[in-house]
Design a binder for this molecule. Structure first.
Ligand SMILES: *Cc1c(COP(=O)(O)O)cnc(C)c1O
Length: 422
């Protein structure tokens, strides 16, 4: 039997040899399965819905093609993400734009491209979007992002739904914001939005947020404006470690469907269309990272460090969020994991990737496979230490091809220029 770890039918040691390390590997089949799972949960619950994949989790042109093929919309948060989608031929009518501090250029690009909606993040942004829409002689469909004050149970650094947050309009200012949009000549208010955090495992906080938001739709209807869409954001948790809880998408769909139906009836409003914006749930488990093990340093009675050829430049999550990842030695799957080690990167920084993990006894040249790196790894990668960003390989059935090339030294220096006095 092979000693090598097989990921979606592919020998990972073979992938590492063929494409080099560090290497991001993404499985299209896994993306498909995650989307199918959401769709079937929502269909079974009888929801009227739309899935807007959160591009910030992972975006490149090929990813846009995959989404379009799977009939999923896209949420972008910058001109760069919008440009990526449009250059991949993504249908602008299926793109939404977010951002707590969009530039006027980004807003103009979005309205000019004819995207579906712009999510307004602050009272002051209403005038800016209206001004740009009127300059372009267009009417922009907008959503208002409200912060409903729901605290989701997740790591503190990634909580965004609280009142004390740079994101969104405090819910008690929602009516004022809606009135302001309504009195704007070139804006149409089509929906409300909230995003209560990331890595959430329970449906409860979503239900609480939905309840406040439906109440707000009622209040806005009292003003004479009918809201047809309610976006409850993303944040569906994934299990980074085997013992982590599992987010139950079927339960989420049932609870929200019931809440929407019951409360809309009570309030006398039309049941809004549910929009969700999952990023991590779709792309996180679809990705792994392969590294080569280099230096093994043992400090007697203290710790054993296993250094790999990547680190915080390709996965800043452990450093940023104290995030945890499971990993294995890809070429030793049948060996007992009995060696307690700490996996570090190669950056000039204490860039611990995984603190205290049991692995089979490893040596230089082994391949380390880190799981659940599809989300917020490539998209957050940097050139710290002037490291070149790894390639991203896409797997589909028995095929494996590059979807983002490995950076070269030339890529890194291409924007360097000499001021005249040098
Ligand atoms: C980050 C973010 C998402 C996606 O979050 P995930 O945890 O990846 O699902 C969706 N919507 C908004 C507004 C976000 O900021």
């Amino acid at each position: 039997m092979s000693e090598n770890f097989i990921f979606e039918g592919h020998d990972t040691v073979e992938l590492a040899r063929r494409f080099g390390t560090p290497l991001y590997v993404i499985s299209e089949n896994r993306i498909e399965r995650a989307i199918k799972k959401i769709k079937s949960a929502f269909n079974n619950a009888g929801l009227n819905y739309s899935i807007n994949y959160a591009g910030k989790a992972f975006i490149c042109k090929a990813m846009c093609k995959i989404l379009q093929k799977l009939d999923v919309c896209l949420d972008v948060v910058s001109g760069g993400e919008l440009f990526t989608a449009l250059s991949a031929g993504f249908d602008p009518a299926c793109i939404t734009l977010h951002g707590s501090n969009k530039s006027e250029i980004e807003i103009r690009e979005a309205i000019d491209a004819g995207i579906k909606t712009i999510t307004i993040d602050s009272i002051s942004e209403i005038d800016i979007v209206n001004k740009i829409a009127s300059e372009l002689h267009k009417t922009a469909n907008v959503h208002l992002r409200l912060s409903p004050g729901v605290e989701a149970h997740t790591h503190e650094y990634i909580q965004t739904g609280r009142i004390d947050s740079k994101f969104g309009i405090p819910i008690n200012m929602g009516i004022r914001a809606a009135a302001k949009v309504e009195s704007s000549s070139n804006l149409r208010l089509t929906g409300l939005h909230c995003h209560i955090g990331s890595q959430i495992y329970s449906s409860k906080p979503f239900q609480i947020a939905a309840t406040s938001m439906l109440e707000m739709i009622y209040n806005i209807k009292e003003m004479g404006v009918e809201i047809t869409e309610l976006n409850l954001g993303g944040g569906f948790g994934i299990n980074y470690l085997q013992d982590d809880p599992v987010f139950d998408i079927d339960e989420y769909a049932v609870i929200l469907s019931k809440t929407f139906e019951k409360q809309s009836k009570e309030l006398g409003i039309k049941i809004p269309k549910l929009i969700v914006e999952p990023g991590r749930y779709i792309i996180g488990p679809a990705g792994i990272t392969l590294y080569s093990v280099g230096t093994v340093k043992e400090i007697p009675f203290l710790r054993k460090y296993l250094s790999v050829d990547g680190g915080m430049a390709d996965n800043p999550r452990p450093a940023l969020y104290k995030a945890v990842h499971h990993a294995i030695i890809a070429n030793k799957v049948n060996k007992e994991a009995n060696d307690l080690v700490t996996v570090s990167g190669k950056c000039c920084e204490t860039d611990t990737l995984i603190k205290d993990i049991l692995l089979p006894k490893a040596q230089s040249g082994d391949i380390l496979c880190v799981f659940n790196t599809g989300a917020y790894n490539y998209s957050m990668a940097s050139n710290y230490n002037r490291l070149t960003r790894p390639a991203v390989v896409l797997l589909k059935d028995d095929k494996a091809e590059i979807m983002v090339k490995r950076e070269t030294y030339e890529n890194i220096t291409i924007n360097d220029t000499y001021p005249s006095w040098l």
